[in-house]
Write a protein that binds this ligand. Sequence first.
Ligand code: NAD
Length: 312
Amino acid sequence: MNLIDLMGSSVTVKVLNGKKLSQIVQNQLKEQIAFSSGKAGRPPGLGVILVGDNEASKAYVASKEKSAAKIGMRTFDYKLPSDASFSDVAGVIQEFNNNSGVDGILLQLPLPPHLDAAALLELINPLKDADGLHPYNQGLLMKGQALLKPCTPLGCMLLLDLAYSEASLETQDFDLSAVKRSDLSGKHAIVIGRSILVGKPIAMMLLERNATVTMAHSKSPDIKALTRQADIVVAAVGRPGLVRKDWIKNGAVVIDVGINRLPSGKIGGDVAYDEVISECSAITPVPGGVGPMTIAMLLSNTYQSFNSKIGI
Ligand code: NAD
């Protein structure tokens, strides 16, 4: 919690610490894996495919593999050169699909431009679709029945649940089970950004929770007039500081998905955090908000497909 003093009156703002929440989710997964690996006779397995030399992708993959190892998850690792052909990558996906020790498959994006990412994602067995990006799962998400859901949107929803929960991450005895799935009936949510990776799936998940959802994007006029009516604002745009204080209704919950490299070299979100924090009831910082949740949800998805396979 943060106490912000506004002209003498104190307002309590929940700063949604994704770094801490991600660690708590991973600690819980570690305990669950220790138990279920013994029963299954093997740990859950994550197959990771990295194509090319994109420095950010290499760093993401290394961090995902390290986190998987820490919670007792096995990783199967394929690093392909940047000139790998479609059939080279398809062959690895097929191998992972056929490997009964692999429960989740991660095809690290972006791929080199000569490779059709959408066509390759379609080759992943939907039951092993750890990133929740297979069109089958995306279609089921529309019906509220996805087997596996995209990781960043899942992370946003857990942070939103934390925002509406009585539980505080800052208490010694914080228990993840105290963070209940929130019913957003009567709440107006706006999602800015309509990508297939973030904006659209978040909108679907908010609808599943009964929120009234508005979607805004680069062609929407006067987004400020829309956000000013919203109880929940999710910004997934990639424009630093787009969402200003006067865009926010007092007491709104603000989820900032944006990751932008600022001229200073620092990372910043799509929300002007320093000014918006005095207007909202809860907010995710950047860095340390949505970003760290994505990896926890990838591991959680992989554990979920392992679990449904071994039936524990
Ligand atoms: P994208 O480029 O695919 O989509 C951006 C969306 O923003 C588009 O739908 C576009 O219509 C909309 N948009 C662009 N300019 C706009 C404007 N001025 N006003 C309103 N809408 C506008 O990006 P993406 O993959 O959805 O990612 C969005 C942001 O989230 C990026 O900063 C990205 O780095 C970040 N991101 C973070 C995580 C994470 O783990 N935290 C994961 C994925 C993406």
